[in-house]
Design a protein around this ligand. Structure first.
Ligand code: IMP
Ligand code: MG
Length: 179
């Protein structure tokens, strides 16, 4: 029987097991180990959602690398319309470096697009993107998708770092909302 959990006011059912998630991480880590050799990449983990994925991924990276952690602040711009997101917490100089952004999920791609635009101003050599999850049918931006662990439908999910209103990040499996 499918495992069902209640988080706040919603029910979620088990969707992707930890075993499947970690097999998918094995696969992209293998690809990265081949591609990134000799590049001394700087991995940038986007908090909070990516902490669990970043942890599992980095244990599998066997080429010299560094990791840094950033947050995205969201605020409604006074002058501009819409939601503006700013990257903060990045102390490293990324000039001329290979940067790998570690995301939990790419949905519309708005967040990733904004993130790349801001990092590009700091003149890196190249920006690569890895995401644990991608919702291909929700994507409306042209963003690089170098290492995608899992592709999923547009359901709302939690677990493995992803949250519903701050809850559910701790589950080692991924759950999707029950309709
Ligand atoms: P995007 O800007 O539309 O690509 O959305 C990216 C952000 O939305 C992610 O970093 C998550 O914080 C959040 N998000 C999108 N889909 C989900 C989901 O199914 N569960 C939890 N958070 C999600
Ligand atoms: Mg996120």
């Amino acid at each position: 029987m499918t495992k069902v959990i209640t988080v706040k006011d919603k029910e979620f059912e088990q969707f992707i097991s930890q075993q499947i998630i970690e097999k998918a991480i094995d696969k992209i880590a293998d690809d990265m180990n081949k591609d990134l050799e000799g590049k001394n990449p700087l991995f940038i983990c986007v908090l909070n959602g990516s902490f669990m994925f970043a942890s599992e991924l980095m244990k599998r990276i066997q080429t010299p690398a560094e990791i840094s952690f950033v947050k995205l602040s969201s605020y409604d711009g006074l002058a501009s319309s819409g939601n503006v997101k700013e990257v903060f917490g990045l102390k490293e100089d990324i000039t001329g470096r290979t940067v790998v952004i570690i995301e939990d999920i790419i949905d519309t791609g708005n967040t990733m697009k904004a993130m790349i635009e801001q990092l590009n101003k700091r003149n890196p050599k190249e920006i690569l993107v890895t995401t644990l999850l991608l919702k291909p049918d929700a994507l409306v931006n042209d963003v690089p998708l170098d290492y995608v662990a899992l592709r999923i439908p547009c359901d709302f999910i939690i677990g493995y770092g992803l949250d519903y209103d701050g809850h559910g990040r701790n589950y080692p499996d991924i759950y999707k909302v029950k309709n």
